[in-house]
Design a protein around this ligand. Structure first.
Ligand SMILES: [Zn+2]
Length: 299
């Protein structure tokens, strides 16, 4: 089973002016037409999943409203994502977007999303301006733990106009220790703090890494990608590495189909081979592509 552990969804109508600008700026940064990523509908996602042979994908809602004004409220965004995964119940899995700074309201929305709407977990977006390990949010995490939900947290660099300093992987370490029953997925392997992310995932049995947003590196600086991936495998173990894309943000650079094929066919670059590092076996590739995520998500 192939699982894309990290996708975004939106329809252009519901995007606020600011979020639209952020998406456009990602396209400008990588020099492609923004129209290629402004269409984030589930219909398009499922079509591209079919082309790539991806069985299931995680779609995340975003609560960005402490940083950007929204055209739709964060609750409406969650409702929209719930509608989408209900349309494709065998293909799409939802993560709710909830900012823990909302206090009691965050806990209420968490309960509504997990218990009533059928979300599998919650997505944290600290790049909007909060440290995830602040003890103010512990009542929220206690409820996450009780509900058996998974936490999916952005780590590492984000788009322009978002705050980098809150996104260090080390801010997951303390909550991973204090809430050992919660599984934490750190998006993007914490890039550029990959050493730190791998270290947090190595010392905490409940912390995982996803390789989403590494498509440009894979395509343009493959050595850097493989070096990090091998380091992760040897340090925290292959079970901790999850496939992901950040769809549709990097699709113009590398399609879902090419990214899946890239992992299936990956071979270490000659310098790493010469150093005697072991190739990824088919078994290990299958773990990255879906078996690990299936376990984390309880599928
Ligand atoms: Zn993302």
């Amino acid at each position: 089973m192939i699982i894309d552990g990290h996708c975004h969804v939106w329809d252009e109508e519901s995007l606020s002016k600011e979020l639209r600008e952020v998406i456009v700026s990602i396209a400008k940064q990588h020099d492609f037409d923004p129209n290629l990523i402004l269409n984030g509908t589930p219909e398009r996602l499922v079509e591209e999943m079919d082309e790539a042979g991806i069985d299931k994908a995680v779609i995340v809602a975003l609560d960005y409203q402490y940083l950007f004004r929204g055209k739709v409220s964060y609750r409406e965004y969650n409702d929209m994502v719930a509608e989408m995964f209900n349309e494709y119940p065998d293909r799409l899995i939802g993560f709710a977007g909830i900012d823990p700074r909302r206090g009691k309201e965050a806990i209420q929305e968490l309960e509504r999303c997990i218990e009533e709407l059928g979300f599998r977990g919650v997505k944290l977006w600290p790049l909007t301006g909060f440290y995830p390990d602040d003890m103010k949010y512990y009542p929220f995490y206690e409820r996450v733990e009780e509900l058996g939900a998974v936490i999916f947290c952005h780590t590492g660099e984000g788009p322009p106009r978002t705050y980098l300093k809150y996104c260090r992987p080390v801010y997951i370490d303390k909550i991973a220790i204090d809430f050992p029953k919660i599984k934490f997925i750190m998006a993007h392997m914490g890039k550029p703090w990959t050493d730190e992310a791998i270290s947090v995932a190595t010392k905490n049995p409940n912390v995982y890494l996803d390789i989403s947003a590494w498509e440009p590196t894979f395509k343009m600086v493959p050595f850097a990608f493989f070096q990090t991936l091998v380091q992760a495998k040897l340090s925290c173990g292959i079970e901790k590495i999850l496939f992901g894309t950040d769809w549709p943000l990097f699709t113009p650079i590398l399609s879902l189909k090419k990214w899946v094929r890239g992992i299936k066919k990956m071979k270490l670059p000659p310098p790493l081979q010469l150093m005697g590092l072991p190739e990824f076996t088919d078994e290990e590739k299958n773990k990255i592509l879906g078996e690990n995520a299936a376990k984390v998500l309880g599928l």
